[in-house]
Design a protein around this ligand. Structure first.
Ligand SMILES: [Zn+2]
Ligand SMILES: [Zn+2]
Length: 399
């Protein structure tokens, strides 16, 4: 999104579609600041390209966001080199971005000529922030990816906002509600215990940022051996460098110190000889250590595989859920291991979004970051809200 106050221009988010390398509309490089709500690449994955194209200004984010983004952008660059012919940016541009970063912690405000911008806890992943812009007497709040209910890892999002003229709201799960969190936490614990006590290995593919740490906290008091493999190790180390970005630093620090970290691929053969739980990337089974674990364990009925997040159509994870077959590169198998899907979402849902709108009472709601935004706008209008779902590239005037 490009926000133009008449005096300043700000870019809010500049991501990529991580499944197909889809890119946003390219803005003219004449803005006064770039703000990013959190480190996930759908919000930040193309930032270095701005510097490649001549942007010399500042990039504003929460301190934990830069630490996590540095890991994710380097990994994304490696993937791009492997999968795409032409690169959108190079390592020099990542370093340029890092040098031009200005930190804005949640609760802090950055002043510009005419406007000011403040960050507020969004409860989504460590470092995630909602962005409030005040300019010419108008108050525009962008939720970013948001979760209102606290989890094991995060405190719930801030909801104390008044006199909001425009609320730009994420709407990922605007069409449904998540299952009871305690219920799925217990289901995960039960599967892990049954698998490990039955002599098997429980594989838990997970995103490295946020989900890995959440699962580690849920499983930490079970007393079973837990391994973390892949990028989740470095992501957890980065999060622990920012104690204020999570609910309980001490708990995560203890759980992480008790977990075994896999540092070399050659260790994997030995690990799976004994019963254990393994939290590893990639969350949608598209690559990473999880592929090698599945290829070794798929035929063992005493083992299990628990998918813990939304599986995007076209990914190996979605294909496995839909067809029961795991296909990745040269591997094409029908696993006999126990398989489960548990929805540990880091986003809020239909009922909690509406509860938030009823509390904040914004004059206008703009719906973004969702698949069914038009239908949700219609539903909100029926409740008396002024809601709108814009198309990509559309300009809206705030009067
Ligand atoms: Zn996100
Ligand atoms: Zn997102």
């Amino acid at each position: 999104m490009l926000v133009d106050t008449g005096t300043e221009k700000f870019l809010w988010e500049y991501g990529i579609n991580v499944e197909n390398w889809g890119k946003p509309i390219q803005p003219e490089i004449n803005f006064d600041g770039v703000f990013v709500s959190h480190a996930h690449l759908d919000h930040s994955g193309l930032l270095p390209q701005l510097y490649r194209q001549g942007y010399e200004g500042m990039f504003y984010c929460e301190p934990a966001t830069l630490d996590l983004l540095s890991i994710l952008l380097r990994d994304s660059l490696k993937l791009q080199k492997r999968e795409c012919g032409n690169l959108d940016y190079f390592m020099d541009d990542v370093k340029h971005l890092e040098r031009n970063t200005s930190f804005l912690k949640t609760g802090e405000t950055q002043d510009f000529t005419l406007s000011n911008v403040s960050f507020h806890n969004a409860g989504h992943i460590p470092g995630s922030a909602s962005t409030l812009l005040e300019s010419r007497g108008k108050r525009v709040l962008f939720t970013g990816d948001i979760k209102f209910q606290g989890t094991q890892l995060m405190n719930g999002a801030d909801t104390d906002f008044e006199n909001i003229d425009v609320l730009i709201s994420e709407s990922t799960y605007s069409y449904t509600n998540h299952p009871d969190r305690k219920g799925i936490e217990n289901a995960l614990k039960k599967t892990v215990q049954e698998t490990v006590y039955g002599g098997g290995v429980c594989l838990i593919p997970a995103f490295s940022v946020g989900r890995t740490q959440e699962l580690l906290l849920i499983l930490s008091d079970l007393g079973v051996p837990i391994y973390i493999d892949g990028m989740g190790v470095r992501a957890t180390e980065a999060i622990l460098r920012h104690p204020g970005s999570i609910k309980d630093y001490r708990r995560l620090s203890t759980a992480f110190s008790h977990a075994h970290k896999v540092t070399r691929g050659s260790e994997r053969e030995r690990i799976i000889e004994k019963p254990c739980a393994i939290i590893t990337t990639a969350g949608m089974l598209n690559g990473g250590p999880i592929v090698s674990y599945i290829s070794k364990l798929y035929d063992r009925q005493d083992c299990s595989l628990v998918m813990t997040g939304f599986q995007v159509p076209g990914t190996a994870g979605r294909n496995l859920l839909d067809t029961g077959k795991f296909v990745n590169g040269e591997i094409d198998v029908k696993p006999r291991m126990r398989m489960e899907f548990l929805d540990f979402s880091a986003h809020t849902d239909h009922d909690h979004l509406i509860e938030f709108y009823r509390k904040v009472r914004p004059k206008k709601i703009i719906l973004v970051h969702g698949e069914k935004t038009e239908a949700f706008a219609e539903e909100l209008k029926g409740m008396g809200f002024d809601a709108y779902a814009p198309k990509n590239g559309e300009t809206l005037k705030i009067v």
